[in-house]
Structures are given as structure tokens and as C-alpha cells.
Ligand binder design. Structure first.
Ligand code: SF4
Length: 590
């Protein structure tokens, strides 16, 4: 029943697994077997995909599955104490299922609600603004076994928290306005305007959008695809959530503008699983646009311009924000980044020429169609045209989404959001850069401080070691495991910071961190692995005392308790020679 129209279409495997889990609460072995047969896939492939995504469960979980957002900002807002309170109330240990199978509680990576945390997901649906009263009420509702539809509806709504509007967020255009303008220019004329705009991708890498589109348009295969990457998983970012919630027409229209430029007939909006609350409203936008003639056949009355969009859900894998991993996921596979070349613009979704653009990039295309490329390029900096949306969270009076022209300084953003006594700003999320106060006059721009949008503020009460500690665990958890340097290196980095956090570190551990940085940077297959040590390396360079406070010895301390490991052997043999005990730490000889 789950498979229906998608029988023998293996690219729908992930979507089928998500549906199956919604029906069954988890993925029982016999259901995986049946799904493999229906889709014409080996069972091992189905199991491999089911095991890859953290929101899919191949073992029973509670009928109520609660996942607390474990971003550092949620922690600063008290998420750990609230989770402990809920577990205590429900007589449950984190990570376990209650004996009656009713409930399980655990953590997940950032849920994209840093401006209104702490947050959790219950059966995939996000609840923000947690406090003790809300946690106690959640425990009661679970004990009463109330269905989620009977929970207070306002818990499942988010605020946009738009604090500063500029060209995009203040855009007065009506649905179809930008598209009509671009249709009037013709495909070639429209692409020329995108070239003139100097638009660069807002997802982090900053590749020139028109160059990407031109390469896709020029690819010989006529079957082109447009993909909207709505999988913003970088800790601390949430601006795409706001665009999808309140400016969805601009995003969908941007996808249609991309299709007009490259000649695509098919589009996908890949929505991160954490944002599934937004799906019904997005489907409604698509339906409205089909009725209005802005999606479907002969769009805007132009014969031969046929284009439509499907929404695909992600399932809790940060690495799928990388465009080739996203394409693998869209094809129903594990989200493992591909080896490039070939690039997606020539060999993307199912081998077809594909453009993958970020939500904000696509929305910005509407401005270019409305104003013209030159007007768009008139704001910003020489290498960074236009405006940038920032997701501001942490120690400030007014967290939320801010739109500034590129070139704004970090200090200007701090002033706007009401941040006092700031110790550091993490720009670009866990994979980004940690800025100390002497750098607050640096500019948000590709030529200085590039960012996909996350802007996390830490005041002088915070410990920057703890911030990096949280980030390295995030990377160790999110490593897809494909390549050994990242799989092992991120785990070793997390272990080393755990050792420091326990007060057992030594100067040798700091040297080992530098070795791991070199390994991860040189040998990782994708950006996740190479970026994983960034917060620690920045911290060591700019906030070294925060790390040195955690050192037990200034020279060397072993990571392994050899004497303790021999305890069992002593018991078995009945021998315990006092002289054979090894001292744990060799103090330096005078
Ligand atoms: Fe996967 Fe990490 Fe290798 Fe990237 S670097 S492919 S995330 S294991």
C-alpha cells in the first residue's frame, strides 16, 4: 500500500521508508523485505538506506519519540536540564525506550530553531520555546497517550522573528511578477541578466549562479533538472526556514526561473526532515501556482515551457546538505557525497544535467528578474553582490533573521541584535569561523567572512572550549562514514576533547589536535571532514586559555589507564605484587 504508484521506482526508496515509518512507527524487518520486493531492489540496499538516516528506525522506538535539539545554543538556553527533567518525570534514561514502549527520549542535531529554543522534535514535529511548564505538560500528555493532534496547536507554530528587512524580505512582488518579467526577456536574455547580477550561491560555497546555470543549459542531455536545496543543517542557521514559511512563492518562483534559464522540466524541493511542519503549506503553494498557470504545462502561456516540482523529505542527515550527497538522497540512496567530476551540472539527478541551488539563492533570482541584473549588482561589495540573510542567535537581545547588504561588519550586526559584552561570534555554523573581538570590524562577504547565514553570539560568561566541544561531537555524529580519515578522525577529535573536558588532558593532546587537523584537511573526501577541526583550531588560536584550563599536566598524561586495565588479570591470577603497579603519571624529573 505504501509503494503504490512508486512500484519499481527505486529512486523513491527514501520517501517510501519515511511513509512506511509514519504508518508503522518504525521499520520492521518484514516491512523492509516487502518494500525491497515492491521496488525491485536487493534487501541489503533497503536496509542500508534505512540504517543511514538518523530519523529512520530499524528497531522499535517509543510511540512518542522525543528528540531534543543539541545545538550549543539550545544548551545555552537550558535544553540539557529540561531533557533531564522530562526523563526524570517519565522514569526514563536518555536513549532508552520505556518498558511499556510508550516513549523514548534522545538528542538530535540542530533543529533550526536557535532563535526560539530550546526545541525538540516529537514524532518528527518540532516544538520550540520549551520551559519547565511546557515540559511537564508534555509529560502529562504522553502519560495520557493524547495524539499529537490533541496537543496545543500553537506549540507547533514558529515565529519568523524577522528583525531587519532589506531588498528580499521587503520585496512587494506578487506571485508570477518575476516570472512574467523573465519570460518577456526570453531564455537567453534572462540568463544574461543573471550573469550581469553577479549572483553567488547563498548556501556557503559562493559559486556564481549564472555559470552553473549556463553549464547545465549547455550540457548535451536535454532532460534537465532543478533542485532546491532546503536542507539547511548547519548548526545555528534557520533563515531558509523563514523563507520557506513566509516567502515560499519567491522560492518556488526562483526554481521556475532557473528552469526557464536551463530548460528543465522537472524540479525537486529537498526539505530537511526537521522542517516537515512546513510541508503542507508548501504543497498548498505549489497547488495554487498550478491553478494560476505558474507551474505545469505551458507556463505563463509559453508553449513548450513545462515544469513542475515535487517535495522530497530528508530524514536527519546533515551531510545531505552537500549537493552530491543530496542528489544521492533524492535518488533514494544513502547520502554519500559523490566523487567529482563529473559535476551535477552535466551528470546530476539520475545522470541528468542538474542545477542545485540554495533556498535563498533561488529567492534572490526573483529580485534580479524584477530589477534587472545591474540593479541587483549595485548593492553589496565587489565580489559579493546583493544582500545576505543572517540567522542570529545566542547571547543577544533580539535573535532572529536579519537581512543586510553584503559588506556589513560583524560589529554592525552585533549592535543591531543588541549583543553586549561579546566574547566571540561563530559565523557560518560549526564549519565556519570563530571571531574574537579584535576581528569584529571584519565584513560579511565572500572576500572576507563568507557564511551560509549562521551568526551565533557568545558573551563573556561562555566557555569557548565548551562551544568547540559541542561542535566536534556534532561532526563525529554526522560523519557519513564513507572515508576513514573523517570517520575515525572526527571520533578521535571528539574523544580528545572529552578527555580535556574531564580534566585529564595534557599539552600532548593539543599537539594531537593539530595532527588531526592536518589529517582531516588533507584526506577527507568532502567538506564535512575537512571543516570538522575548524572550531577547535580557531579556539586554540584565539581562546587558548579556555583550553589550557582543562589541562591536568603541562607535559604528558596517558589517555589509557594501564594499571586499571590489568586489575582483572590480577584478580584471575590471584597475584597483586605491589611493586608491579605502574604510576599513572610520570612527573617531570628535576
Ligand atoms: Fe562522509 Fe566525512 Fe568522508 Fe564526507 S569526509 S564523505 S562526511 S566520511
Amino acid at each position: 500500500d505504501t509503494v503504490g504508484e512508486f512500484a519499481a521506482r527505486p529512486e523513491y526508496l527514501l520517501q517510501m521508508l519515511i511513509r512506511l515509518q509514519e504508518a508503522e512507527n518504525w521499520l520492521p524487518p518484514e516491512a523492509l523485505t516487502a518494500l525491497a520486493a515492491a521496488l525491485g531492489l536487493p534487501r541489503a540496499r533497503v536496509e542500508g538506506v534505512a540504517g543511514f538516516y538518523s530519523f529512520l528506525h530499524t528497531r522499535p522506538v517509543g510511540r512518542y519519540r522525543l528528540l531534543f535539539s543539541d545545538n550549543i545554543i539550545d544548551r545555552m538556553l537550558g535544553s540539557q536540564a529540561l531533557m533531564a527533567r522530562l526523563c526524570h518525570t517519565l522514569w526514563l534514561a536518555p536513549g532508552q525506550v520505556s518498558e511499556d514502549g510508550l516513549v523514548s527520549v534522545d538528542v538530535t542535531s540542530c533543529t533550526g530553531l536557535g532563535d526560539q529554543g530550546p526545541a525538540l522534535l516529537v514524532n518528527g514535529r518540532a516544538i520550540a520555546r520549551l520551559d519547565e511548564a511546557r515540559i511537564d505538560r508534555i509529560a502529562e500528555l504522553i502519560r495520557e497517550q493524547q495524539p499529537l493532534d490533541a496537543w496545543p496547536a500553537d506549540w507547533f507554530r514558529f515565529d519568523d522573528n524577522i528583525q531587519r528587512r532589506d531588498a528580499l524580505l521587503a520585496c512587494p512582488a506578487q506571485p508570477g511578477d518575476a516570472l512574467q518579467a523573465a519570460l518577456a526577456m526570453g531564455r537567453v536574455g534572462w540568463l544574461a541578466q543573471v550573469h550581469a547580477s553577479r549572483l553567488r550561491g547563498r548556501g556557503g560555497a559562493g559559486f556564481t549562479t549564472a555559470v552553473k546555470w549556463q553549464a547545465c543549459r549547455d550540457a548535451p542531455n536535454p532532460d534537465k533538472v532543478v533542485v532546491c536545496n532546503a536542507d539547511e543543517g548547519e548548526p545555528g542557521t534557520f533563515k531558509d526556514r523563514v523563507l520557506l514559511n513566509s516567502h515560499a512563492d519567491l522560492v518556488v518562483e526562483g526554481m521556475t526561473l532557473a528552469a526557464w534559464a536551463v530548460g528543465a522540466r522537472r524540479g525537486f524541493l529537498y526539505l530537511r526532515g526537521e522542517y516537515r511542519n512546513l510541508r503542507p503549506a508548501l504543497e498548498a503553494v505549489l497547488a495554487r501556482r498550478r491553478t494560476a498557470g505558474w507551474l505545469g504545462a505551458a507556463i505563463g502561456g509559453v508553449a513548450g515551457f513545462d515544469f513542475d516540482i515535487e517535495i522530497h523529505l530528508g530524514a536527519g542527515a546533515y551531510v545531505c546538505g552537500e549537493e552530491t550527497a543530496l542528489l544521492e538522497s533524492l535518488e533514494g540512496k544513502r547520502g554519500t557525497p559523490r566523487i567529482r567530476p563529473p559535476f551535477p551540472v552535466t551528470h546530476g539527478y539520475l545522470g541528468r544535467p542538474t542545477v542545485v541551488n540554495n533556498v535563498e539563492t533561488l529567492a534572490k533570482c526573483c529580485l534580479i528578474a524584477l530589477q534587472g541584473g545591474a540593479a541587483f549588482a549595485a548593492t553589496g561589495t565587489p565580489q559579493s553582490a546583493g544582500t545576505k540573510l543572517l540567522s542570529v542567535s545566542g547571547d543577544c537581545a533580539r535573535p532572529g533573521v536579519y537581512e543586510f547588504p553584503f559588506g556589513v561588519t560583524v560589529r554592525q550586526v552585533l549592535d543591531a541584535c543588541g549583543a553586549d559584552d561579546t566574547l566571540a561570534v561563530q559565523v557560518g555554523g560549526a564549519a565556519g569561523i570563530t571571531l574574537a573581538p579584535y576581528e569584529f570590524d571584519r565584513r560579511i562577504a565572500f572576500e572576507d567572512v563568507p557564511t551560509a547565514g549562521a551568526f551565533m553570539v557568545f558573551d563573556n560568561t561562555r566557555d569557548m572550549f565548551e562551544v568547540a566541544h559541542n561542535f566536534v561531537h556534532f561532526f563525529a555524529h554526522e560523519s557519513c562514514g564513507f572515508c576513514t580519515p573523517c570517520r575515525v578522525g572526527t571520533a578521535m577529535l571528539a574523544d580528545t576533547l572529552d578527555k580535556l573536558a574531564e580534566g585529564k588532558g595534557s599539552a600532548v593532546d593539543l599537539i594531537e589536535i593539530e595532527d588531526l587537523d592536518r589529517l582531516l584537511k588533507q584526506a577527507s573526501h568532502c567538506g564535512l571532514g575537512s571543516a570538522a577541526p575548524n572550531p577547535v583550531m580557531d579556539g586554540l588560536q584565539k581562546f587558548r586559555p579556555a583550553y589550557e584550563r582543562h589541562l591536568m599536566h603541562a607535559d604528558f598524561a596517558p589517555a589509557f589507564d594501564l594499571d586499571g586495565a590489568l586489575r582483572r588479570a590480577r584478580q584471575i591470577t590471584g597475584r597483586d605484587d605491589a611493586a608491579a603497579h605502574l604510576p599513572q603519571h610520570q612527573e617531570p624529573q628535576p
